[in-house]
Design a protein around this ligand. Structure first.
Ligand code: QAP
Ligand code: CO
Length: 178
């Protein structure tokens, strides 16, 4: 059992482009378990390795079934994705996103409506996911993290500047409280 610290914007580590995983060794397996525990503990639906300070292309997701076409029972929606890539996409959609690394803030973000994502599962077996709805959005959000991109970076410059100013002010106010 280990809960990891989630890095918060503007931590510079959130901007790195994570390195591909070449071997799923003991250290990688431990990281994956800790990421899953941390995601559930923080009540998130997705978490990328860079958010917990690990330079590896790994994401974990658990998008609730009712929000997911053809979804199954709770606890059966856990996805571990290693070295993910979008191999096809269609359409466009907009969703009010949040992020565990930008707590307390949300904004409408434009994404592909459906994606086909290729990668490896936790055992290194090839995996292909055909997703729409919230899962498609979550996959794109987590894959962005692995390239050092936050949802606020996907906003227009005007909206981005406004939200960044609000976040910085919230951090300042929090410091004053101490
Ligand atoms: C990424 O986000 C995502 O601000 C996962 O106070 C976002 O789990 C995928 C969270 C939108 C699809 C759509 C955020 C929890 C969790 C907060 C999350 C907060 C507490 C965000
Ligand atoms: Co995020």
């Amino acid at each position: 059992m280990s809960i990891l610290e989630i890095l918060k914007y503007p931590d510079p580590f959130l901007k790195i482009k994570a390195k591909p995983v070449s071997r799923i060794d003991e250290e990688t397996r431990k990281l994956i378990s800790a990421m899953i525990e941390t995601m559930y503990f923080a009540r998130g639906i997705g978490l990328a390795a860079t958010q917990v300070g690990a330079d590896k292309r790994i994401a974990v997701l658990d998008v609730p079934a009712e929000q997911r076409a053809g979804g199954r029972g709770q606890g059966e929606n856990l996805i571990v994705l290693i070295n993910p890539e979008i191999i096809a996409h269609e359409g466009e959609t907009k969703y009010e996103e949040g992020c565990l690394s930008v707590p307390g803030f949300t904004a409408d973000v434009k994404r592909f409506a459906t994606v086909v994502v290729k990668g490896l599962d936790k055992n290194g077996k090839g995996l292909e996911i055909n997703a729409g709805g919230l899962l498609a959005i979550a996959l794109q959000h987590e894959m962005d993290h692995l390239d050092g991109i936050l949802f606020i970076d996907r906003l227009s410059k005007l909206k981005r500047d406004i939200i960044k100013r609000k976040i910085k002010k919230a951090i300042e106010d929090e410091k004053k409280q101490l």
